[in-house]
Design a protein around this ligand. Structure first.
Ligand code: PXG
Length: 466
């Protein structure tokens, strides 16, 4: 057996990684040639790699390490729970303390009558659950044909067959026969790229009314639910115009369509409230949660379900035939509970709202003065900048979409800043505990990376508009 520790030389770790570890969303053969960057430690907003480089993590891992890396408290809770009860299921008329206590805590934090939690191991699984939940709801109501879900192009809801089908990512559909039947998509509220000469407000209404048109086309008696992220995350941190969500809400209410808010990224403080639905005034019947629920310390997700949907399914006289071995896993649930308690005790949502967001907002918006940057958007601690060769026309680059974004991301990586690119948008979602001094470092590295990217584009003749 090969014993792998953090002390093997980087080259050897990279060799073993390439030989045996297939990466998600990766062209593995290309990565094998280059070698993955190996991350060995995390503390607060900082990562250390196997070469001892200190990296500021502008993405909180994958939008999840909201409370920051290296919390001893969470490690101790996990160890205690493993000793006390490492596993038990909640299928056959049993329950356990962590699942109960966490569900009660989530119900306390969630708005309105979102009082019931169905656990999953991830956001993708939770969205698969949601497909089952909304179809089951209408079945019990005597309308089994009301089973179509409407979602959005360039939305992201996971990568299982269900989650990948709800998502509107062309690259995912192109592999493996997605979307599954009875899921359909409308346009995204992406004003920067698609709004043309309209104002953002006009465009927000136009996109929301595509939902109404789709419901009219299919018949309201065929449509079970609409699902959307309050802010599209993986799609590039697309902040919808202010007109968008109120109109979506009006349409769902008018036609009797269930509304699912996918809060996997926007939940648990990311937007400066506990949930993105509060930030945008959305009143969902179901919320998808994962990621920040445990700050990524343990894999756990779930659906928060309103009284009406819960009571209908629970009172149907039959089992709801759905669940996962690890639904409400005791270790993950205990860690998530302590994570939420720490967030409350330390006032982390208030820190985002009153300290980190206002401080970052000023500096983030100033990036729009950079010659490469068009718009700069930030809600809470979820931000994006659009790279463009022409700010006034909002033109894309002549090069293939993503070429410039990738080059910028490579500069960030070299400058020890994790800032992702989605096409030619750069995105950040740092741990929510980030301090003003750390924000200064993040902005300094981002600016340096943008400068270097700009210089490189100039010398390579890539500053042309399409
Ligand atoms: N819903 C949303 C809104 C998400 O962002 C999922 C569901 C699926 O969660 P799981 O836990 O199954 O991954 C997500 C996940 C990216 C990226 O490139 C984003 C996610 C996952 C992986 C990569 O930004 N979001």
């Amino acid at each position: 057996m090969t014993k792998i520790t953090n002390h093997l030389p980087t080259k050897e770790l990279q060799r073993l990684d390439a030989a045996h570890h297939m990466h998600p969303f990766t062209e593995d053969a290309a990565l094998a040639k280059k070698g993955a960057r190996i991350i060995t430690r995390g503390k607060g907003v900082w990562l250390t790699d196997s070469e001892g480089q200190e990296i500021i993590d502008g993405m909180a891992g994958l939008w999840c390490v909201n409370i920051g890396y290296g919390r001893k408290d969470l490690a101790e809770v996990a160890a205690r729970q493993m000793e006390e009860l490492c596993y038990y299921n909640t299928f056959f008329q049993t329950s356990h303390v962590p699942a109960i206590a966490l569900a009660a805590k989530i119900a306390e934090l969630a708005p309105d009558d979102l009082n019931h939690v169905f656990y999953a191991g991830s956001g993708s699984e939770a969205n698969d659950t949601n497909i089952r939940l909304v179809r089951r709801y209408w079945e019990v109501k005597g309308q089994p044909e009301k089973n179509i879900l409407i979602a959005r192009k360039n939305g992201y809801h996971g990568s299982t067959m269900g989650g990948g089908s709800l998502g509107g990512m062309a690259g995912i559909w192109a592999q493996g026969g997605l979307p599954i039947p009875n899921i359909t998509h409308i346009g995204e509220p992406n004003w920067w790229a698609q709004g043309g000469d309209m104002t953002p407000e006009e465009f927000g209404l136009l996109r929301a009314r595509e939902l109404e048109a789709k419901i009219e086309e299919l018949g309201a008696d065929r449509v079970a639910a609409f699902i959307g992220e309050p802010i599209q995350g993986a799609g590039g941190v697309i902040v919808p115009p202010a007109t968008y969500w109120p109109e979506i809400q009006r349409i769902c209410d008018k036609y009797g369509i269930l509304l699912i808010a996918d809060e996997v990224i926007t939940g648990f403080g990311r937007t400066g409230n506990w949930f993105g639905s509060e930030t945008f005034g959305i009143k969902p019947h179901i919320m998808t949660i994962a990621k920040g629920l445990s700050s990524g310390y343990a894999p756990i997700g779930g659906s928060i379900i309103c009284d009406e949907v819960y009571e209908t399914i629970a009172g149907s006289g039959e089992d709801f035939n759905h669940g996962y071995t690890y639904s409400g896993h005791p270790v993950a649930a205990a860690v998530a509970l302590r994570n939420l308690e720490l967030m409350q005790e330390e006032g982390i949502v208030e820190h985002v709202r009153d300290v980190a967001h206002p401080y970052l907002m000023e500096r983030w918006q100033a990036l729009a003065d950079h010659p490469l940057v068009g718009e700069a958007k930030l809600v809470g601690l979820m931000g994006s900048i659009a790279l463009t060769p022409n700010k006034d026309s909002r033109a894309p680059f002549a090069s293939d979409a993503g070429t410039v974004g990738y080059r910028c991301r490579e500069r960030c990586f070299a400058n020890n800043l994790i800032m992702r690119h989605v096409g030619d948008r750069m995105i950040i979602a740092p741990p929510l505990v980030i301090t003003p001094a750390e924000i200064d470092i993040l902005i300094a590295r981002a600016t340096k990376s943008l400068d270097e990217c700009y210089a490189g584009l100039k010398s390579d003749g890539l500053l042309k508009a399409a």
